[in-house]
Design a binder for this molecule. Structure first.
Ligand code: GLU
Length: 511
């Protein structure tokens, strides 16, 4: 049975660089029987607390479908799941360490500590607090609980030695005694440090695998010493290498513009694509497969195949994968399912929109003018455009002319590389021939329109690119539109003819 947790601090949004710390433990927990995936909020550093961050974390996990079995908002037998509410639990463990002579109250004022630091820097020796341990740390401790009271920081009393441990991704690791130190367990405000709290919580919550960023590796010797001093077993360690920025050798970080996972949701990336892309960032199953459903990921994910070197973030690949997913959903589940994604009417989205009205995409991805048309028509448009979308927000750019007449722009028309070759008189005559033929059509089905367009080619003796570009632009004034017979079919006969006539008149006026 695997028990894992995602333990974010509510210090801001979840960016792309750290969301694998949620995805991988989720996948691990889902493997095997009765696994549990816990969501714990590590909010003991109140100076870094950001209002609304927890909601954003919950929204991100919910969107990606990383449903937790236990934790914040869900409850469970190991709660509470906000660390700030677990103070008594940490204090009980802290007292255990005091009684064992492995923790001491440290009255040293911060200014004094600063002096030690500067003095060591001047001597060019590494700053280790244990070299400055106050004399009081060595007074024999009693089982008396008055030995330490919150208000004074409590430090671990380290016993420096070499340690060896195994990391599921990084392999066998070893460090010398020089890295062990008297780290703070409980701060002056009575709240624990991350360093101490996570050890207590993971133990109390029966966590079997700690999955977190590689940045915690350097603290491992101290963590191992605390596990040992508490006499508890540690979980397996799964350290995830950094996600690297697209360029250079820097890790992707908020400072360097790493976007929030939720930003991609707002930009029309599907949750399936996001999960797929991120899970495969630094992990593969040894095959060439690139598209995975959540169920396939659960089945195929293996810790042993997580890469130990950094994985590079590539937005182009993410968007490519999103395009694949848009097609997959349409092809497998039909237009209704894909349509639902373009109008995010789920409660969570509406609520988030209410809190954050500028996130319009939470309501829908269509151009505003689409609101004048019914769902059936919007679905017809979607059915002919979906295979060109990279994100759902492309709908705004690609479909406006289905909902409103485009502005006639003769310069745009005549700059087209195929239309350029025709004189304005030729353009006019060609449009006249098209209009005349289409006027008589009684069958406006896509299949019949295809035949009609072919007849027009023969009749006018023009190259397809010339004739079709002319019609296409007169109908859309867009850089791209779906196959002509499909576009005409969806626009309908009246609008098609009206637009062709409008362009023809504009050319005539220009002559
Ligand atoms: N609260 C830590 C963070 O947000 C979590 C690290 C861990 O998973 O243990 O980085």
């Amino acid at each position: 049975m695997n028990v894992t947790r995602f333990a974010p601090s509510p210090t801001g949004y979840i960016h792309l660089g750290n969301v694998r710390s949620a995805i991988y433990p989720y996948l691990i927990a889902k493997q095997g029987k009765d696994g549990r995936f816990i969501l714990r909020i590590e909010d003991t550093d109140q100076s870094r607390y950001v209002e609304g961050a927890t909601d954003l974390i919950l929204e991100t996990l919910t969107w990606l479908g990383l449903d937790w079995n236990e934790g914040v908002k869900k409850g469970g037998e190991h709660g509470p799941y906000y660390q700030s509410e677990r103070r008594d639990i940490y204090h009980a463990y802290a007292r255990k360490l005091i009684r064992a002579g492995r923790a001491y109250a440290d009255p040293t004022p911060p200014a004094e500590i600063d002096k030690y630091r500067k003095a060591d820097a001047a001597k060019k020796i590494p700053f280790l607090y244990r070299n400055h341990r106050p004399a009081s740390a060595d007074t024999p401790t009693t089982t008396d609980d008055t030995a330490w009271q919150p208000g004074i920081p409590l430090r671990f009393k380290s016993e420096p030695k070499s340690v060896k441990w195994h990391d599921e991704v990084m392999g066998d690791l070893e460090t010398g005694p020089e890295v062990m130190d008297d780290i703070i367990l409980i701060k002056k405000d009575g709240l624990p440090t991350y360093n101490f709290a996570h050890i207590v919580d993971d133990y109390e919550m029966r966590v079997t695998h700690i999955v977190r960023g590689v940045e915690y590796l350097s603290s491992m010797p101290n963590y191992l010493a605390i596990y040992e001093a508490l006499g508890i077993e540690h979980p397996k360690f799964v350290s995830l290498p950094h996600v690297l920025a697209t360029q250079g050798n820097k890790k992707l970080s908020k400072r360097d513009g790493a976007k929030s996972v939720i930003d991609y949701k707002d930009e029309g990336v599907l949750k399936e694509a996001m999960l797929n892309y991120l899970a495969c960032l630094g992990w593969n199953d040894g095959t060439e497969q690139e598209i995975y459903t959540k169920e396939e990921l659960i089945e195929k994910f293996q810790i042993s195949r997580i890469q130990s070197s950094g994985a590079r973030f590539d937005e182009v690949k993410l968007l490519w994968q999103n395009g694949q997913w848009i097609r997959k959903i349409f092809d497998e589940n039909g237009v209704d399912e894909l349509y639902d994604r373009t109008v995010s009417r789920d409660e969570a989205s509406l609520k988030s929109h209410e809190m954050n009205p500028e996130r319009d995409s939470l309501i829908n991805f269509w151009p505003a003018s689409a609101a004048d048309y019914d769902e059936t028509y919007q679905k017809q448009v979607l059915s002919i455009i979906y295979d060109r979308l990279k994100t759902l927000s492309d709908l705004k750019n690609y479909t406006t002319y289905f909902f409103e007449d485009p502005r006639i722009d003769l310069a745009f028309l005549q700059n087209n590389k195929f239309i350029k070759k025709l004189s304005e008189t030729e353009q006019r005559d060609l449009l006249s021939a098209v209009i005349e033929k289409l006027q008589d059509e009684t069958d406006w089905s896509a299949a019949h329109l295809q035949d009609t367009l072919n007849d027009l080619l023969t009749q006018t003796n023009r190259k397809p690119a010339e004739l079709f570009s002319l019609i296409r632009i007169a109908l859309s004034y867009a850089d791209f539109s779906p196959a002509l017979h499909l576009t005409m079919n969806v626009l309908g006969k009246d609008r098609t003819l009206a637009r062709l006539n409008a362009t023809r008149s504009a050319i005539v006026n220009d002559l």
